[in-house]
Design a protein around this ligand. Structure first.
Ligand SMILES: *[C@@H]1O[C@H](CO)[C@@H](O)[C@H](O)[C@H]1NC(C)=O
Ligand SMILES: *[C@@H]1O[C@H](CO)[C@@H](O)[C@H](O)[C@H]1NC(C)=O
Ligand SMILES: *[C@@H]1O[C@H](CO)[C@@H](O)[C@H](O)[C@H]1NC(C)=O
Length: 184
């Protein structure tokens, strides 16, 4: 076993003013989330790399070595508008092959394993919509989708962390600047 458990998170991190403006407007909202949970449109996306394990065949050539990975994508509506038919793009870049995705369907294919080396769109299933905290009395289950990804990636051995190039929300009316990375 060669398991690396150093999680790294890719966040949509926006230093903008709207969350604060909303907080002011609505007066009675819950405490402001930590800075990593702010986003310009009130939708927060994260990609957390959980674990990896070296797969067979074991190779001397590190570039060709495959690793099983487990990661979690979280989409949270912290805004005041319901997000219908949410979809996110995950810009994979390490020849990823997805073997399972719970909580979402892959755009364009229903078959696993799926070659997602050029990135892939994940659409919510069965939770297609993300309600607002306001309409659900803060029920996390209704405002947040958790997608568990399992798959294979190539060539990144510890301590390198195989993060995607980008993640973004792909819903009309929601705009996302470039994400930032940080170690947890
Ligand atoms: C190592 O593997 C990579 C990817 O499969 C390949 O392009 C490269 O030629 C290999 N290097 C050697 C020295 O075999
Ligand atoms: C993937 O990692 C998550 C978080 O550590 C864990 O809850 C889940 O059981 C793991 N999934 C598999 C199939 O190992
Ligand atoms: C990935 O993109 C390259 C370059 O555009 C293309 O040749 C290749 O077919 C694509 N592969 C997959 C699996 O989408």
């Amino acid at each position: 076993m060669n398991t690396d458990r150093r999680p790294l998170t890719l966040f949509m991190l926006f230093i903008t003013f709207i969350p604060q403006a909303l907080a002011q407007k609505h007066g009675n909202v819950p405490a402001a989330p930590p800075p990593s949970e702010l986003s310009c449109n009130g939708v927060f996306i994260s990609y957390v790399f959980n674990t990896r394990t070296k797969e067979y065949p074991r190779l001397r050539n590190a570039t060709a070595q495959s690793w099983a990975f487990n990661s979690t994508v979280t989409v949270t509506n912290t805004g005041t508008v319901e997000v219908r038919a949410w979809k996110v793009f995950v810009g994979f870049q390490h020849k990823e092959i997805l073997v399972s995705a719970s909580g979402a369907v892959l755009d364009g294919t229903e078959d696993f394993p799926a070659d997602v080396r050029n990135g892939t769109y994940l659409a919510g299933y069965p939770q297609t919509d993300l309600k607002t905290s306001i309409d659900t009395a803060g029920d996390l289950n209704q405002i947040q989708a958790l997608i568990q990804l399992m798959g294979t990636q190539f060539g990144v051995k510890p301590p390198g962390v195989p993060m995607p190039k980008t993640i973004k929300l792909v819903v009309d009316g929601f705009k996302c600047p470039a994400p930032t990375s940080r170690s947890q």
